[in-house]
Design a protein around this ligand. Structure first.
Ligand code: DGL
Length: 270
Protein backbone atom coordinates (compact mmCIF):
# COMPACT_ATOMS: atom_id res chain seq x y z
CA UNK A 1 0.00 0.00 0.00
CA UNK A 2 2.74 2.46 -0.89
CA UNK A 3 2.48 5.97 -2.34
CA UNK A 4 5.25 7.31 -4.59
CA UNK A 5 6.89 10.70 -4.03
CA UNK A 6 9.00 12.06 -6.87
CA UNK A 7 11.41 14.97 -7.17
CA UNK A 8 14.31 15.81 -9.44
CA UNK A 9 16.56 15.64 -6.39
CA UNK A 10 16.44 16.31 -2.68
CA UNK A 11 13.79 19.04 -2.52
CA UNK A 12 10.88 16.58 -2.40
CA UNK A 13 12.24 15.31 0.92
CA UNK A 14 10.60 18.37 2.50
CA UNK A 15 7.27 17.00 1.24
CA UNK A 16 8.14 13.39 2.13
CA UNK A 17 8.87 14.41 5.70
CA UNK A 18 5.52 16.15 6.07
CA UNK A 19 3.42 13.40 4.45
CA UNK A 20 5.16 10.68 6.46
CA UNK A 21 4.37 12.58 9.68
CA UNK A 22 0.75 13.17 8.67
CA UNK A 23 0.21 9.57 7.44
CA UNK A 24 2.50 7.43 9.63
CA UNK A 25 0.89 4.14 8.56
CA UNK A 26 1.36 4.68 4.81
CA UNK A 27 4.64 3.42 3.29
CA UNK A 28 6.22 5.94 0.89
CA UNK A 29 8.68 5.23 -1.90
CA UNK A 30 10.77 8.33 -2.63
CA UNK A 31 12.53 8.69 -5.96
CA UNK A 32 15.07 11.46 -6.57
CA UNK A 33 16.27 11.81 -10.16
CA UNK A 34 19.56 13.26 -8.91
CA UNK A 35 21.41 12.13 -12.04
CA UNK A 36 19.37 14.63 -14.07
CA UNK A 37 18.83 17.47 -11.53
CA UNK A 38 18.25 20.32 -11.81
CA UNK A 39 15.12 20.16 -13.96
CA UNK A 40 14.53 23.92 -13.71
CA UNK A 41 16.92 24.73 -16.55
CA UNK A 42 15.59 22.02 -18.92
CA UNK A 43 12.97 22.49 -21.63
CA UNK A 44 9.42 21.16 -21.24
CA UNK A 45 9.92 18.08 -23.48
CA UNK A 46 12.94 17.04 -21.50
CA UNK A 47 11.16 17.48 -18.15
CA UNK A 48 8.18 15.51 -19.53
CA UNK A 49 10.34 12.56 -20.67
CA UNK A 50 12.30 12.40 -17.39
CA UNK A 51 9.15 12.71 -15.26
CA UNK A 52 7.37 9.92 -17.18
CA UNK A 53 10.40 7.61 -16.75
CA UNK A 54 10.56 8.31 -13.01
CA UNK A 55 6.81 7.81 -12.60
CA UNK A 56 7.02 4.40 -14.33
CA UNK A 57 9.80 3.41 -11.92
CA UNK A 58 7.49 4.25 -8.99
CA UNK A 59 4.62 2.28 -10.52
CA UNK A 60 7.04 -0.68 -10.74
CA UNK A 61 7.74 -0.23 -7.01
CA UNK A 62 4.02 -0.81 -6.28
CA UNK A 63 2.83 2.82 -6.13
CA UNK A 64 -0.42 3.37 -8.06
CA UNK A 65 -0.53 6.95 -6.82
CA UNK A 66 2.49 9.16 -7.47
CA UNK A 67 2.89 12.69 -6.09
CA UNK A 68 5.13 14.93 -8.17
CA UNK A 69 6.80 16.71 -5.23
CA UNK A 70 8.47 18.91 -7.80
CA UNK A 71 6.91 22.13 -9.04
CA UNK A 72 8.96 22.06 -12.21
CA UNK A 73 7.59 18.63 -13.19
CA UNK A 74 4.10 19.63 -12.01
CA UNK A 75 4.28 22.81 -14.09
CA UNK A 76 5.98 21.54 -17.25
CA UNK A 77 4.77 17.93 -17.51
CA UNK A 78 1.74 17.04 -15.38
CA UNK A 79 -1.04 18.37 -17.60
CA UNK A 80 0.41 16.60 -20.66
CA UNK A 81 0.78 13.35 -18.65
CA UNK A 82 -2.82 13.53 -17.39
CA UNK A 83 -4.20 14.30 -20.86
CA UNK A 84 -2.67 11.38 -22.74
CA UNK A 85 -0.29 9.15 -20.84
CA UNK A 86 -1.53 7.95 -17.43
CA UNK A 87 -3.44 4.60 -17.50
CA UNK A 88 -6.91 4.48 -15.95
CA UNK A 89 -5.81 2.53 -12.86
CA UNK A 90 -3.02 4.97 -11.89
CA UNK A 91 -2.99 8.57 -10.61
CA UNK A 92 -0.35 11.27 -10.70
CA UNK A 93 -0.93 14.45 -8.67
CA UNK A 94 1.10 17.66 -8.45
CA UNK A 95 1.97 20.09 -5.68
CA UNK A 96 0.60 23.36 -7.10
CA UNK A 97 -3.08 22.93 -6.53
CA UNK A 98 -3.02 22.36 -2.71
CA UNK A 99 -0.92 25.50 -2.36
CA UNK A 100 -3.27 27.58 -4.48
CA UNK A 101 -6.31 26.19 -2.64
CA UNK A 102 -4.74 27.34 0.65
CA UNK A 103 -3.83 30.76 -0.77
CA UNK A 104 -7.37 31.25 -2.07
CA UNK A 105 -8.99 29.98 1.15
CA UNK A 106 -10.66 26.94 -0.43
CA UNK A 107 -11.49 23.46 0.83
CA UNK A 108 -9.35 20.73 -0.77
CA UNK A 109 -10.77 19.85 -4.19
CA UNK A 110 -13.23 22.82 -4.26
CA UNK A 111 -13.66 23.49 -7.99
CA UNK A 112 -16.24 26.25 -7.75
CA UNK A 113 -15.82 29.32 -10.02
CA UNK A 114 -13.09 31.92 -9.34
CA UNK A 115 -13.86 34.60 -6.77
CA UNK A 116 -12.22 37.57 -5.05
CA UNK A 117 -9.83 36.63 -2.25
CA UNK A 118 -8.11 38.52 0.57
CA UNK A 119 -4.60 38.47 -0.86
CA UNK A 120 -3.89 40.68 -3.90
CA UNK A 121 -0.12 40.95 -4.35
CA UNK A 122 1.70 37.63 -4.48
CA UNK A 123 5.39 36.98 -5.04
CA UNK A 124 6.25 33.64 -6.62
CA UNK A 125 9.77 32.23 -6.25
CA UNK A 126 10.39 29.23 -8.50
CA UNK A 127 12.75 27.64 -11.01
CA UNK A 128 13.17 29.21 -14.48
CA UNK A 129 11.11 26.36 -16.08
CA UNK A 130 8.24 26.78 -13.60
CA UNK A 131 8.17 30.55 -14.11
CA UNK A 132 8.27 30.12 -17.91
CA UNK A 133 5.35 27.65 -17.86
CA UNK A 134 2.99 30.20 -16.21
CA UNK A 135 1.23 27.15 -14.69
CA UNK A 136 0.91 28.87 -11.32
CA UNK A 137 -0.89 31.86 -12.83
CA UNK A 138 -3.13 29.49 -14.87
CA UNK A 139 -4.16 27.42 -11.83
CA UNK A 140 -4.68 30.59 -9.78
CA UNK A 141 -6.91 32.13 -12.46
CA UNK A 142 -9.24 29.09 -12.20
CA UNK A 143 -9.78 29.94 -8.52
CA UNK A 144 -9.26 33.66 -7.85
CA UNK A 145 -10.00 37.03 -9.44
CA UNK A 146 -7.78 40.11 -9.33
CA UNK A 147 -4.59 38.66 -7.85
CA UNK A 148 -1.40 40.26 -9.11
CA UNK A 149 1.47 37.72 -9.33
CA UNK A 150 5.11 38.74 -9.76
CA UNK A 151 7.37 35.77 -10.48
CA UNK A 152 11.08 35.56 -9.76
CA UNK A 153 13.08 32.79 -11.43
CA UNK A 154 15.70 31.81 -8.86
CA UNK A 155 18.53 30.71 -11.14
CA UNK A 156 21.31 28.73 -9.43
CA UNK A 157 19.50 28.13 -6.14
CA UNK A 158 18.62 24.45 -6.67
CA UNK A 159 22.22 23.66 -7.75
CA UNK A 160 23.60 25.33 -4.61
CA UNK A 161 21.18 23.38 -2.37
CA UNK A 162 21.88 20.06 -4.17
CA UNK A 163 25.61 20.71 -3.69
CA UNK A 164 25.06 21.51 -0.01
CA UNK A 165 26.60 24.99 -0.49
CA UNK A 166 24.35 26.84 1.94
CA UNK A 167 26.44 30.04 1.96
CA UNK A 168 25.94 30.43 -1.77
CA UNK A 169 22.26 29.42 -1.39
CA UNK A 170 21.70 32.17 1.21
CA UNK A 171 23.38 34.81 -0.97
CA UNK A 172 21.23 33.75 -3.93
CA UNK A 173 17.99 33.90 -1.88
CA UNK A 174 18.81 37.44 -0.73
CA UNK A 175 19.63 38.64 -4.24
CA UNK A 176 16.49 37.02 -5.73
CA UNK A 177 14.32 38.62 -3.01
CA UNK A 178 15.92 42.00 -3.79
CA UNK A 179 15.19 41.52 -7.49
CA UNK A 180 11.58 40.63 -6.72
CA UNK A 181 11.12 43.65 -4.45
CA UNK A 182 12.29 45.96 -7.22
CA UNK A 183 9.34 44.68 -9.29
CA UNK A 184 6.80 44.35 -6.42
CA UNK A 185 7.88 46.38 -3.36
CA UNK A 186 5.17 45.20 -0.94
CA UNK A 187 3.89 41.66 -1.59
CA UNK A 188 1.40 40.38 1.02
CA UNK A 189 2.28 36.76 0.41
CA UNK A 190 5.23 34.88 -1.00
CA UNK A 191 5.04 31.41 -2.48
CA UNK A 192 8.05 29.11 -2.26
CA UNK A 193 7.19 27.41 -5.55
CA UNK A 194 10.00 24.86 -5.53
CA UNK A 195 10.23 22.03 -3.04
CA UNK A 196 13.92 22.74 -2.48
CA UNK A 197 13.22 26.22 -1.14
CA UNK A 198 11.70 25.31 2.27
CA UNK A 199 15.25 24.32 3.19
CA UNK A 200 15.93 28.09 2.97
CA UNK A 201 12.59 29.26 4.39
CA UNK A 202 14.08 31.24 7.29
CA UNK A 203 16.31 33.20 4.92
CA UNK A 204 13.37 33.95 2.60
CA UNK A 205 11.30 35.15 5.58
CA UNK A 206 14.16 37.28 6.91
CA UNK A 207 14.84 38.88 3.52
CA UNK A 208 11.14 39.49 2.83
CA UNK A 209 10.35 40.85 6.32
CA UNK A 210 7.87 39.77 8.98
CA UNK A 211 4.86 41.33 7.27
CA UNK A 212 4.98 38.88 4.35
CA UNK A 213 3.22 35.52 4.76
CA UNK A 214 5.52 32.85 3.32
CA UNK A 215 3.70 29.77 1.97
CA UNK A 216 5.58 26.54 1.50
CA UNK A 217 4.10 23.35 0.27
CA UNK A 218 5.05 20.46 2.52
CA UNK A 219 2.27 20.64 5.13
CA UNK A 220 -0.35 21.72 2.59
CA UNK A 221 0.45 18.76 0.34
CA UNK A 222 0.33 16.43 3.37
CA UNK A 223 -3.15 17.65 4.38
CA UNK A 224 -4.51 17.43 0.87
CA UNK A 225 -3.01 13.94 0.36
CA UNK A 226 -4.64 12.74 3.60
CA UNK A 227 -7.96 14.08 2.33
CA UNK A 228 -7.44 12.48 -1.11
CA UNK A 229 -6.63 9.04 0.35
CA UNK A 230 -9.72 9.21 2.53
CA UNK A 231 -11.81 9.84 -0.59
CA UNK A 232 -9.86 7.32 -2.77
CA UNK A 233 -8.63 4.57 -0.40
CA UNK A 234 -7.98 2.13 -3.26
CA UNK A 235 -5.30 4.41 -4.72
CA UNK A 236 -2.73 3.19 -2.20
CA UNK A 237 -0.78 0.75 -4.34
CA UNK A 238 0.52 -2.76 -3.62
CA UNK A 239 3.98 -1.80 -2.27
CA UNK A 240 4.48 -2.40 1.44
CA UNK A 241 7.84 -0.92 2.41
CA UNK A 242 9.18 2.60 2.53
CA UNK A 243 12.22 3.12 0.34
CA UNK A 244 14.50 5.88 -0.91
CA UNK A 245 15.64 5.49 -4.53
CA UNK A 246 17.98 7.67 -6.55
CA UNK A 247 19.25 7.69 -10.11
CA UNK A 248 22.41 9.40 -8.78
CA UNK A 249 25.31 8.28 -6.60
CA UNK A 250 23.51 6.61 -3.66
CA UNK A 251 26.26 7.29 -1.11
CA UNK A 252 26.60 10.98 -1.98
CA UNK A 253 22.83 11.52 -2.14
CA UNK A 254 22.38 9.74 1.24
CA UNK A 255 24.99 12.02 2.84
CA UNK A 256 23.33 15.19 1.55
CA UNK A 257 19.85 13.97 2.48
CA UNK A 258 20.99 13.10 6.00
CA UNK A 259 22.48 16.59 6.32
CA UNK A 260 19.24 18.25 5.14
CA UNK A 261 16.75 16.30 7.20
CA UNK A 262 19.08 15.92 10.20
CA UNK A 263 18.31 12.20 10.43
CA UNK A 264 19.85 9.16 8.76
CA UNK A 265 18.48 8.62 5.25
CA UNK A 266 19.82 5.77 3.11
CA UNK A 267 19.19 5.85 -0.62
CA UNK A 268 19.42 2.82 -2.92
CA UNK A 269 20.11 2.89 -6.66
CA UNK A 270 16.81 3.24 -8.58
N1 DGL B 1 12.39 20.85 -6.40
C1 DGL B 1 11.93 20.98 -7.72
C2 DGL B 1 10.81 21.96 -7.85
O1 DGL B 1 9.97 21.97 -6.97
C3 DGL B 1 12.92 20.92 -8.83
C4 DGL B 1 14.01 21.87 -8.92
C5 DGL B 1 14.92 21.57 -10.09
O2 DGL B 1 15.23 20.39 -10.32
O3 DGL B 1 15.33 22.52 -10.76
O4 DGL B 1 10.72 22.71 -8.79
Amino acid sequence: MAVGIFDSGLGGLTVLDAVAKRLPDVPFVYLGDNAHAPYGVRDADDVYALTCAATERLWDAGCDLVILACNTASAAALRRMQESWIPADKRVLGVFVPLIEALTERQWGDNSPPREVAVQHVALFATPATVRSRAFQRELAFRAIGVDVEAQACGGLVDAIEEGDMILAEALVRSHVDALKRKMPTPEAAILGCTHYPLMQEVFQDALGDGVAVYSQANLVAESLADYLERHPTMQGAGETSLFLTTGDAKRVSDHATQFLRRQITFEPA
